[in-house]
Design a protein around this ligand. Structure first.
Ligand SMILES: [Zn+2]
Length: 265
């Protein structure tokens, strides 16, 4: 079994402030360590479930957050940005049997994580076919595009609940719950235990219940905080400016959506 893990940070147990996610800032060392522990737990659970190959994509900010020494020996890690429209999923291809997301967070405009955002903090929201789009949605669609099921998601409760509505077979491990600009989190050691246990059992699920639904047509809408970004975006081929701050893009092929997001968002 060959597993791909994409790891973000704003859904790590206890995290609630941007300073905690930024290299060099106060408390970053603690939270990058906890992120590494949670990724390692997902890897260990997957190995106990039969994973023989695991590629971890460090997918937060600098993409240099996870301590590779803390991961099991069979794990490979993609650090840094591959400059590929797959972005947080760079390194994946159709040879993988399953995907796990760790440390993921709610979408921009969702009030279920104090650090809610979609890809960056320059937009009010991203929507696909009228639905608020999280990074989890973008990346689960990438997995579905390649025919790969999503077996586990860890992060904030709002995102986990949303995922259950999309992929009923996917194991979710909520480690925190947003309350205004704060969050209530379970103990960091309990988060690690639950993530490991979750990954151990996640692969027993039916593949078809873990495949994210892939639409036949995509209408993507972005609302930017700064109107000039919409003015800039309209020059992307096929992108239409629909308001002072909003742009829209239509495609049938999800790769075209990923390229649009990569260049315009
Ligand atoms: Zn992040």
């Amino acid at each position: 079994m060959k597993i791909f893990i994409s790891s973000d940070m704003e859904g790590t147990a206890g995290i609630m402030h941007w300073d905690e996610t930024e290299k060099g800032k106060e408390c970053y060392a603690y939270f990058s360590n906890q992120m590494s522990r949670e990724v390692a737990a997902a890897c260990q659970g997957a190995i106990e479930a039969g994973a023989e190959e695991i590629l971890v994509k460090d997918a937060h900010d600098s993409a240099r957050n996870i301590n590779p020494q803390m991961l099991p020996k069979i794990v490979k890690i993609l650090r840094g940005w591959a400059k590929h429209p797959y972005s947080m999923m760079a390194g994946i291809d159709e040879t993988y049997d399953g995907v796990i997301f760790t440390g993921y967070h709610s979408a921009a405009e969702m009030n279920t994580n104090p650090l809610s955002h979609t890809m960056n903090t320059k937009n009010n929201y991203v929507k696909i076919n009228g639905e608020l789009c999280s990074e989890l949605m973008l990346n689960s669609l990438t997995a579905a595009y390649l025919g790969i099921p999503v077996y586990m998601v860890t992060g904030d409760r709002g995102l986990c609940d949303w995922m259950k509505g999309k992929c009923p077979g996917t194991t979710v491990v909520p480690v925190s719950e947003g309350v205004g600009s704060g969050s209530i989190s379970i103990h960091p050691d309990l988060a690690v235990d639950r993530i490991k246990e979750g990954a151990k059992k996640a692969f027993e699920a039916d593949k078809k219940d873990c495949l994210f639904p892939l639409p036949e047509h995509f209408t993507v809408e972005i609302s930017f905080k700064d109107h000039a970004r919409a003015t800039n975006g309209k020059w992307y081929p096929g992108c239409v400016q629909t308001g002072a701050r909003t742009v829209q893009f239509e495609a049938d092929d999800y790769m075209d959506v990923l390229k649009f997001i990569y260049w315009v968002l």
